[in-house]
Design a protein. Structure first.
Ligand code: GN1
Ligand code: MG
Length: 360
């Protein structure tokens, strides 16, 4: 590993560094833990921002500063204790910006949250808490006084993701199309149905709100007793349908297998997790949700594995240029696992509808 201490020097708050080690999580940014020499001082998280994906780093960091500042203000106003563990804080570089740029890239530093953990799997109990927390997160951001930029334009736009897949298919850059034609056809069969959110938005029936847009289990910090502390990985915060946060959480949490499970028998839709998450989410979000948004929550649970299958497949056909892969057909394995999860979520639709109706 290259020596990263020279980078850290540009963030004076950190002080003397004892050790920097790589943390493995996320498919996009590179993340390191910075241990400081002073035992009483906090540790920090250093990240190199993937500037190919987040082209406008000023907008990115501005969005994050607005959101963390807004949440911090609310926590202070509510007289909460332990605020440093309940909202992320990005520290300024010498020039006052919350990032530093040199020829090696864009770097930022946030305070490491002590005595915290991330979970890769959830129980119904933690899923309920996560539902409450993400609902609360959206509710807290409902009155952000400025319009946030769409940091990745069309990020969760299903019509756009299908268009990208169609372009990949048309170009067939690396000759992988024949091998995946079946799955392309299966995806196309449901394309119209899965684009209903965009249609309803055009008809003025479905709003966009500030969402997290990457609500997986591993993007929440829990304390050692398993209570939710805060939401992390704030890069993708932007206006979106609330389905983004509801559906994407279930895409990882309600999958009984792995995101890239090679054994499709492992991939089932966990109804208990769905119920627990939906209960928590509706409890904290019903103050602002419209009847149509609530009615479409089962659609959201199907939309996200479907969209992720489309994204992984497009990347596979393009020759793996977006997601980091660990082996040659990793993106194809991911596609199949996500498509299987989509099919399972479709089967669960009647049960999901019945459960949501029972909550109302
Ligand atoms: C990416 O980097 P990570 O793992 O938080 C991606 C998400 C995908 C996810 C799939 C900016 O998130 O949208 O759902 O991989 N983030 C971006 O694992 O594209
Ligand atoms: Mg992420």
């Amino acid at each position: 590993m290259t020596d990263l201490t020279p980078i850290i020097k540009h963030f004076p708050e950190v002080g003397e560094v004892q050790e920097i080690k790589a943390l493995t999580s996320g498919l996009i940014n590179q993340t390191y833990l910075v241990k400081t020499a002073d035992e009483k001082a906090p540790n920090y998280v250093l990240q190199r921002i993937n500037n190919n994906i987040f082209c406008d780093v000023d907008m990115l960091q501005h969005n994050i500063e607005v959101v963390t500042g807004h949440i911090r203000q609310k926590l202070v106003a509510a007289n909460e204790d332990d605020i440093e563990r309940k909202v992320l804080r990005f520290i300024p570089a010498t020039d006052g910006k919350t990032y530093y740029k040199d020829e090696s890239g864009y770097w930022r530093v946030s305070v490491f949250i002590p005595e915290s953990q991330t979970l890769e799997a959830v129980t119904p109990e933690s899923s309920y808490l996560a539902g409450l927390k993400f609902g609360e997160f959206q509710a807290m951001l409902a009155d952000v006084p400025e319009q946030l930029g769409e940091i990745i334009p069309n990020f969760h736009n299903m019509e756009f993701r299908l268009q990208q897949l169609r372009e990949a298919v048309a170009e067939n850059k690396v000759g992988r199309l024949a091998e995946v034609q079946d799955i392309v056809d299966a995806i196309e069969k449901d394309a119209e149905k899965m684009c209903s959110a965009e249609r309803l938005h055009r008809e003025g029936k479905l709003p966009k709100r500030i969402c997290h847009c990457d609500t997986k289990v591993s993007n929440m910090m829990f304390d050692m007793e398993g209570k939710v502390l805060c939401v992390i990985d704030l890069d993708t915060i932007m206006p979106s349908f609330i389905f983004s946060d509801f559906g994407d959480f279930l895409r990882s949490a309600a999958n009984t297998g792995k995101e890239d499970d090679a054994d499709l028998n492992n991939v089932q839709f966990n109804m208990e997790i769905f119920k627990a998450f939906a209960k928590g989410y509706i409890e904290s979000a019903r103050v602002f949700l419209t009847p149509l948004e609530i009615e479409m929550l089962p659609y959201a649970a199907q939309l996200f594995p479907y969209m992720q299958a489309v994204r992984f497949l497009a990347d596979y056909i393009n020759g793996d240029t977006y997601y980091q892969t660990k082996y040659a057909d990793h993106n194809l394995v991911r596609t199949k696992a996500q498509y299987k999860l989509y099919q399972e979520a479709c089967k669960a639709e009647p049960a999901m509808k019945e459960y949501i109706a029972s909550l109302m």
